[in-house]
Design a protein around this ligand. Structure first.
Ligand SMILES: [Ca+2]
Length: 272
């Protein structure tokens, strides 16, 4: 179903008022907590968000889950990354797998699941000890330090989600496409998330504007997953978005500013 031009009749988008008020993904993905990363992290790693998954899985099953529902297993390249990752579990660090495992042919070599270089380690005292010779994967303990552990143990785990640039569609088709793959058009809630998104859209063959999850409905701009609109990045002096008669969908430009744009226009877009 496609909304009539100029109308705000978008029932199929299904953003219940209670989700809009309580914010975030609470109604959609109950087992995740999401946080944004630091600026340093964003620049170093080009990372979106760390996500703590409370379901208990083996190391390999957790990897499959991260790849199916997010981007990758968590990887950590600095102390600030690590601080961000720990916060994904909430107030206190929680035990769980990260994407670090021993090389199949050389047990002295550790590798990240996504192939990133190992530039940072945070082993607890006396670890990794490879007890009984079966501890081939890394977990975070409740004290925030790492331990090598039997990869067939089951426990919660940490994933990472990075926005992907997708092919060209109208805004509503883009939203449908993201949701059809259990993702969403992104909310850019902070300057950091904003920098992340801006960085991934710089390639030459990507349109100058890309769709994000921003939509003018009921006389105000909203993030479509219900997040509150706290951080904003409209171009200075741009008045058109204040009361848009036609251009009621939000796009991010390569220069990092938001533009209100014609929803029917066909642009690249981000899914997260
Ligand atoms: Ca150990």
């Amino acid at each position: 179903m496609v909304a009539e031009p100029g109308s705000d009749h978008l029932d199929w988008l299904a953003v219940p008022a209670n989700v809009a008020q309580t914010g975030g993904l609470a109604g959609r993905k109950k087992d995740v907590n999401m946080i944004c990363v630091t600026e340093e992290t964003a620049i170093e790693m080009d990372v979106g968000e760390y996500i703590y998954i409370s379901i208990h899985k083996t190391w390999a099953d957790a990897r499959a889950y991260c790849r199916q529902y997010y981007t990758e297993y968590s990887f950590v390249s600095s102390q600030s990354d690590h601080d961000s990752l720990l916060k994904a579990a909430g107030k206190n660090p929680l035990s769980g797998w990260i994407g670090l495992h021993r090389h199949a042919d050389n047990s002295n070599i550790w590798m990240w699941s996504g192939g990133e270089n190992v530039t940072y380690l945070n082993w607890d005292k006396g670890q990794p000890d490879n007890r009984d010779g079966v501890e081939n994967a890394a977990q975070i303990w409740g004290n925030g330090k790492w331990n090598d552990c039997d990869e067939y143990s089951t426990m919660p785990f940490y994933c990472i989600s990075v926005p992907n640039v997708e092919g060209k569609m109208s805004w509503e088709e883009a939203l449908e496409h993201c949701r059809g793959t259990d993702r969403d058009l992104p909310s850019l809630l902070s300057e950091i998330q904003h920098l992340d998104a801006q960085e991934v859209i710089q390639l030459e063959d990507i349109t100058d504007l890309v769709w994000i999850g921003l939509r003018f409905l009921n006389d105000r701009w909203l993030w479509m997953n219900g997040d509150s609109l706290v951080y904003e990045a409209w171009a200075q002096g741009d008045q058109d978005h204040l009361c848009p008669t036609q251009k009621r969908c939000g796009a991010l430009s390569k220069t990092g500013l938001w533009k209100n744009w014609d929803c029917q226009d066909v642009l690249n877009f981000l899914c997260i």
